[in-house]
Each structure stands twice: as structure tokens, then as C-alpha cells.
Design a protein around this ligand. Structure first.
Ligand code: ADP
Length: 399
């Protein structure tokens, strides 16, 4: 009856006794083998369903032999009910149907990229290959899908970044080239104009220098975010804010600006002092740069609780507020992107690189924090740097 756990009693007759014990022995062996096969199947099934790649196997009639969870989720299919159905009735994806037919026709492996529009766009890399049995006879076709949307997006943003950097560098270089060509012209002998041209060129060179410095800073910060550990120590926030003000007091005085500070002297955080100072300095510098003379700047802190992916987390915010021109809402989502400028002409005139806020964002992110801006055109701006109170896993103590 298939009950392999049943053990027969050994009868008295010699012939029956040996037959019975042989049958008992056989049942045990059979049980072990079936158990091994079942375990192997469960392991394979577990691997198959936990794969992030979508896998589909179809037979010669293009009916589903097997499909894993990732594939079913990509096409919104009930995995359990897919077996035996023709692929054409299960999902509408002409490019994928074509690829399957191609493998059937050519008996060759095929690789292609397809785009899925299920709510949002997904870029998939598809590999199709003949499904062969142990005697190398074709039983159907197997399809493996990998979601490469993130990879392609990253490539796109890298390409855009290189284009932006080239543009930012090319503009001052073209201008410097123009001035030098004029200066080396044999007929040019106006010393005063020559000096003026050299001064303008020097400004451009200083700006190029600042761009290169900022780019190097950014690439170092990216390494921190990619896993290099950040050196942190418990630092008094008041001391960081005081240091930042000290560095810019002279510039603020030149513009008759007033910097106010309000911070609990006992407040300390596990951060990298130099990096956080750089982030705060960038914000104060902007407040001075983009506001008219005589502006007021407020530095303050706020201890609060924030939502971190559904969990409540104790955080400390550093706020830098000014009563300058503010930033209109349309610019706000992009302010922290590289080379984004809300006020292009003022930024360029004042030697801005368009990278200050991107650097600030990466510094805060390296501490597992967040940045934000609150502003209304004409009503000043508040930039917020938010840090977790507790030390994070990828941070290591200083020294
Ligand atoms: P930049 O080198 O141009 O200053 P940032 O990344 O530091 O680059 O700033 C991006 C843009 O954000 C600036 O070009 C400016 O238009 C705007 N901005 C930044 N801070 C302020 C502020 N406090 N008030 C008004 N606009 C600001």
C-alpha cells in the first residue's frame, strides 16, 4: 500500500523468514532513496523560487513546464496555475514570444533586452536557450530574465554626469583659449586690455580648480557610501557650528550679514567632524552668497523622532535658515543634484561650481542621514541636515 514504515513480523518458517526480512530491508532502502530525492527536489525548488532572476521553461508546444516566483511576479501570473498553459495565453509580451519562437527555430541561444510597462518601466535582459534532456535531446526552451533597470539608470546618470562635467569645464576653457589667442596676436599691444583678459582668465582657472576639487570630494564621498567605513567620534555639535561660523565670519562681515547660533552645548553626535563642518560651511556660504547684504542667518538644532522605513528613529537636525530671496518650489526637488543651479547667473558670477549642495547631501548620506530644504520664493530658505542619533553599522570610531 506504499507504507514504507510498516515492518513485517518475521514468521517461523525459514523460507518466509528470509523473504520477509529481505522485504523489510528493501522497504527501508526505498524509503531512504525517496527521502533523498524529495529533499533534493525541495532544495532545488527553494533555490528556484528564491532566485531574483525570472525563469520559465516551456515544452515543444510552448506550454509551461515550470515557472518560478520572480517570473510570475514580473508578469502578474498565478505561479501555481501556470503549468500546462500556452505562453501566448498567459502573458502578452510579443517580444518575449518572438524570442521563444526564435530559439525553437534556430536551436541557438538568444539574448535580448526588452522593456516592460507594468505601471512603471522595467528593463529586462532576456536569455533564451534550448532545454535539453540528459541525452541532449531538446525538450523545449528555457528563458531567464534579469531586471537591469537600476543598472541602465546608473549608466544613464553616469553618461549625463560626464556630459555635464565636460560642459562645465569646456565653457571656461573656450573662454580662456579665446583670450590667449587674442593676446598672442602680433597686432595686439594694448597692455591695459591684456591685463583685463588675464584677470578674467585667472577667474576662469580658479573656477576650474574649484570644480576639480569638488569633483574629487564627491568621488571620495561616493566611496564612503559604497562601503568604505566612515571615521566617526562623538563630537559636540555646538563646536562644529562655532567652527563653521568662524571660517565664514570674515565674509559675513564684508556683507554686513549677521549669523545667529542656538544650540544645546551638551548635544553631541557620532559624526565625522571635518565632513559635517564642510556640509554646514557650504550652507552658510550659500546663505551669504545668494542673499542681499545685511541678511540674517540662523543656525539651530532640533532633536526629534523621524520615520526610517517604517521604524521610528531618534534624529538630530541641524538647520541653517536665512531671510534671503528663497527658492521657488519648481527648483527645490533638484537642488541637491550635481550642477543644478536655481539662480544660474548669480552662481556663475560668484564662482559657484553647482556642486556644493550635492557634496552636502553626500556627506549627510555617508552618515546615513537625510537632507531637505524648505523655502518659498521671497521668504528665505531653511536647509536641514538630519543625522541619526545612534552610531550606524558602517561607521567606525575615529583613530
Ligand atoms: P552653487 O555652486 O551654484 O552655489 P550649490 O549646489 O551650492 O551650487 O547650490 C545650488 C543652487 O541652489 C545655487 O545655484 C542657488 O541657485 C541655490 N541656492 C542654494 N542655497 C541657496 C540659498 N540659501 N538661497 C537661495 N538660493 C540658494
Amino acid at each position: 500500500k506504499g507504507d514504507l514504515y510498516h515492518h513485517h513480523g518475521i514468521p517461523g518458517t525459514f523460507e518466509f523468514a528470509s523473504l520477509t526480512s529481505a522485504m523489510n530491508e528493501m522497504a527501508i532502502q526505498l524509503r531512504d532513496r525517496i527521502e533523498t530525492i524529495e529533499n533534493q527536489r525541495a532544495d532545488q525548488q527553494a533555490i528556484f523560487s528564491s532566485m531574483t532572476e525570472g525563469v520559465l521553461a516551456v515544452n515543444e508546444d510552448e506550454r509551461v513546464i515550470s515557472m518560478n516566483r520572480a517570473f510570475a511576479e514580473l508578469f502578474d501570473i498565478q505561479e501555481k496555475h501556470a503549468r500546462g498553459h500556452r505562453v501566448q495565453t498567459l502573458f502578452r509580451q510579443p517580444q518575449l514570444h518572438k524570442l521563444i519562437s526564435e530559439v525553437f527555430e534556430t536551436h541557438e541561444r538568444v539574448e535580448r533586452e526588452i522593456i516592460l510597462y507594468h505601471g512603471k518601466e522595467k528593463i529586462l535582459q532576456v536569455h533564451g536557450a534550448p532545454l535539453l534532456d540528459s541525452e541532449n535531446k531538446r525538450r523545449g526552451v528555457v528563458i531567464v530574465l534579469s531586471d537591469i533597470t537600476r543598472l541602465r539608470r546608473l549608466e544613464k546618470s553616469r553618461r549625463e554626469f560626464v556630459a555635464n562635467v565636460s560642459h562645465e569645464i569646456k565653457t571656461p576653457l573656450t573662454s580662456i583659449k579665446g583670450y590667449i589667442e587674442t593676446l598672442i596676436d602680433d597686432n595686439f599691444d594694448d597692455l591695459e586690455t591684456a591685463k583685463k583678459f588675464l584677470n578674467i582668465s585667472l577667474n576662469h582657472i580658479n573656477n576650474l580648480d574649484a570644480i576639480i576639487d569638488d569633483l574629487l570630494n564627491l568621488s571620495n564621498l561616493e566611496r564612503l557610501e559604497e562601503g568604505d567605513s566612515l571615521q566617526v567620534e562623538d563630537v559636540s555639535i555646538l563646536s562644529i557650528l562655532k567652527d563653521s561660523i568662524e571660517l565664514l565670519q570674515h565674509t559675513a562681515d564684508k556683507h554686513n550679514d549677521e549669523i545667529n547660533l542656538e544650540c544645546d552645548p551638551s548635544l553631541s553626535l557620532p559624526v565625522n567632524r571635518n565632513l559635517v563642518r564642510q556640509a554646514v560651511v557650504n550652507l552658510i556660504e550659500n546663505a551669504i552668497k545668494y542673499s542681499p547684504d545685511g541678511t540674517k542667518i540662523w543656525l539651530s538644532t532640533k532633536e526629534t523622532v523621524a520615520d526610517n522605513r517604517g521604524e521610528r528613529e531618534e534624529v538630530v537636525q541641524i538647520l541653517v535658515r536665512d531671510n534671503g530671496p528663497g527658492i521657488s518650489e519648481i527648483h527645490q526637488p533638484y537642488l541637491f543634484e550635481r550642477f543644478y543651479r536655481a539662480d544660474k547667473s548669480r552662481s556663475r558670477k560668484l564662482g559657484g561650481t553647482g556642486l556644493g549642495l550635492a557634496i552636502t547631501k553626500h556627506i549627510v548620506q555617508a552618515h546615513n542621514g537625510k537632507v531637505a530644504v524648505q523655502s518659498e520664493k521671497g521668504k528665505g530658505a531653511t536647509f536641514i541636515l538630519q543625522f541619526p542619533r545612534k552610531r550606524q553599522k558602517n561607521e567606525s570610531p575615529d583613530g
